[in-house]
Design a protein around this ligand. Structure first.
Ligand SMILES: Nc1ncnc2c1ncn2[C@@H]1O[C@H](COP(=O)(O)OP(=O)(O)OP(=O)(O)O)[C@@H](O)[C@H]1O
Ligand SMILES: [Mg+2]
Length: 604
């Protein structure tokens, strides 16, 4: 069973580069922290791993040369050694202090950028990408910065730069020592790189398996009621176990490959390199500089081989942080299409008549829905949109909101092409009640006030009163301060609709878009709410979608949509007289409900 969430985005090279660019920009932006962090950690490392051993080497050299070895003559060395260590340690502390700030500030900014990028996405993007997986990706994009910077600081800058220092010192003793080291590193790299490539494949398979686990977990959890209702816990748990087992198998395989194949190769190479260093130092270095050169060569070679040995791990860390960051940047490779125009027209707030002109639209991956649709909604008129399920009613309202752009043709409000307006200006003209209104997991009051954050308590109350929210709000444990649960699960369908209507009322916009806004209300409540709606619609342009035809029968005009085509329009009486599609629908409404199924339609 494949779930949409488990369709993992395999990060492409472009997305990895983009992630690197974002991280690089952070390092540049925070250069006042980046520079001291990198510099001081490199200097600290040079002090501890290269200068301190140099002092010891000199002392040992002195002793070996049998010069005066009294406590007095050794004291400067000892003091120097302690001084270098203390100083280097202090540099390390300062570097760490800067690094913590660099990490924290970078993560903060990346969080903000990440969400900004998501806010800019098209509505359709959120139909293709699920909230759970987006949450994880935007989180990782920000937090993986820490691992990236830490690896860069400690392992790359903090190890490789000091190694260069070591090479310069070694060169002064004996160039062959450096050449020997370079040869060993090169040979190891040539042997290891193909293995790392192979491991990359294993890592990809592992990541895929992990994504399949989290996809299934999210899907099961989100549909827990359905799982329960069909007593499918066992089935879902078995599927989960199978996916977790597959993930464990592939995870172990990729880990083992790292430990057994790569490290098994690198370990003897580093031992060999160490031996070579000692051999070279004894045979070559020994001559001119004696014991001192041998000690220096030996410690520096040890440092170098430690880094070689860590290379696999460094690569793994960098790769895992970049892979995760790239799973987010992958989403940014396709830029949003619904954009504000570069030079937006100024919105003229006047007559809010709406015109659809030869509008063509096809949902991504679907069949053409609208092909040259024309619709005229004079300012202040109330239009009922009816018709069979899937006819395109919701899509029509969303095109008007510019949630998606038309493929061709245009939509005008008050004579202005909506694509020439700023999106925020356009939407400020509309109060929209979606077909399935979702709530924020916030209080009831916050949910209503979302339509207009500057609304006063009295205005919120009035809107709540008009939409008959107050009736049930007063029964809730904390009244208007009650949290409504994720997506509003603690409210009934009809209650959610009333909250959505209260939002629309509070919004106080010239155009009303109501998509099945009262469908979940019982007839009695609907009549009450309807009265409020009529009052609200007074003087405004309204597009009201309804299956329950009685809801819209008294509108100025009814438009019947079928498979993206307007098959009929006119007033209720006109359409009944025409005896067409509407009359048929009206006939089939038993008890005020429309039934689509032909079986029921034949029922007397
Ligand atoms: N995001 C989408 N991606 C692809 N196709 C879609 C999408 N949304 C809707 N559709 C398709 O577009 C057509 C019109 O859908 P729409 O939701 O506009 O119908 P509707 O008239 O509102 O139906 P209902 O009365 O059931 O709400 C349907 O065939 C639907 O499958
Ligand atoms: Mg719909």
């Amino acid at each position: 069973m494949e779930t949409p969430q488990s369709r993992k985005v395999q990060p492409s090279k472009r997305s990895v580069l983009l992630a690197l660019r974002y991280y690089g920009r952070e390092l540049a932006r925070l250069r006042r922290l980046t520079v001291p962090t990198m510099l001081l950690s490199a200097l600290g490392n040079i002090g501890i791993n290269y200068i301190a051993p140099l002092i010891v080497a000199k002392l040992v050299g002195d002793i070996a040369d049998n010069r005066d070895v009294s406590v007095g003559s050794a004291l400067p060395y000892v003091l120097g050694f302690v001084g270098v260590l203390l100083f280097a340690e202090t540099l390390w502390r300062i570097a760490l202090h800067c690094l913590n700030r660099l990490d924290a500030l970078g993560i903060e900014h990346l969080y903000v950028i990440g969400m900004d990028e998501l806010f800019a996405k098209d509505a359709a993007f959120f139909h293709d990408n699920f909230a759970g997986s987006l949450t994880k990706r935007v989180l990782s994009f920000a937090t993986r910065f820490e691992q990236f910077v830490d690896t860069l600081t400690f392992q790359i800058v903090g190890s490789f730069v000091p190694l260069t220092f070591g090479a310069v010192v070694l060169w002064r003793y004996e160039p062959l020592l450096v050449i020997g080291l370079l040869v060993m590193v090169a040979v190891t790299a040539v042997c290891v790189v193909p293995l790392i490539r192979r491991r990359q494949e294993l890592v990809d398979e592992r990541e895929e398996a992990i994504a399949r686990v989290s996809g299934h977990v999210a899907d099961s959890l989100m549909n827990m009621d359905t799982v329960r209702a069909f007593a499918a816990e066992g089935r879902e748990a078995a599927e989960h176990r199978a996916r977790v087992a597959a993930s464990r198998r592939l995870t172990l395989r990729s880990w083992d490959y790292g430990n057994l194949r790569i490290d098994t190769l690198v370990a003897p190479m580093s031992v060999l390199t160490n031996a070579l260093g000692l051999l070279l130092a004894v045979t070559l270095g020994g001559g001119a500089h004696g014991v001192e050169a041998i000690v220096v060569a030996f410690t520096y070679y040890a440092n170098a081989t430690r880094i070689m040995f860590e290379f696999n791990q460094i690569y793994r860390r960098l790769e895992s942080s970049m892979t995760e960051a790239a799973q987010f940047t992958e989403l940014l490779l396709t830029p949003p299409t619904v954009l504000d125009p570069p030079l937006p027209e100024t919105l003229v707030r006047g007559a809010a008549d709406v015109r659809f002109e030869r509008v063509a639209f096809t949902h991504a991956g679907g069949r053409p829905l609208f092909e040259g649709l024309d619709l005229d909604v004079p300012a202040g008129s109330k239009i009922g949109l009816v018709g069979r399920s899937g006819g395109g009613k919701t899509t029509l309202t969303r095109l008007l909101l510019r949630m998606t752009d038309v493929d061709s043709g245009r939509i005008l409000i008050g004579g202005q092409d909506i694509s020439r307006l700023r999106q925020a200006d356009l939407r400020s003209l509309m109060a929209y009640v979606p077909q399935d209104p979702a709530m924020f997991h916030r209080t009831l009051r916050e949910n209503i006030a979302f339509a207009r954050p500057d609304a006063t308590e009295a205005e919120i109350r009035r809107a709540a009163e008009a939409a008959h929210v107050t009736e049930f709000a007063d029964e809730l444990p904390y009244g208007f301060d009650t949290m409504v649960g994720e997506r509003g699960v603690k409210l009934s369908g009809g209650q959610r609709q009333r909250v959505a209507l209260a939002r629309a009322i509070l919004r106080d916009a010239p155009i009303l878009l109501l998509d099945e806004a009262t469908s979940a209300l019982d007839s009695e409540s609907e009549i009450l709410v309807q009265e409020a709606l009529w009052r609200l619609m007074d003087g405004r342009t309204a597009l009201v979608v309804a299956h329950r035809l009685s809801t819209v029968a008294t509108m100025d005009r009814l438009v019947v949509l079928d498979r993206g085509r307007i098959v009929e329009q006119g007033s209720h009486d006109e359409l009944l007289a025409a005896q067409g599609a509407y009359a048929k629908l009206w006939q089939h409404q038993s008890g005020g409900f429309l039934d689509d199924s032909p079986a029921r339609a034949e029922f007397p």
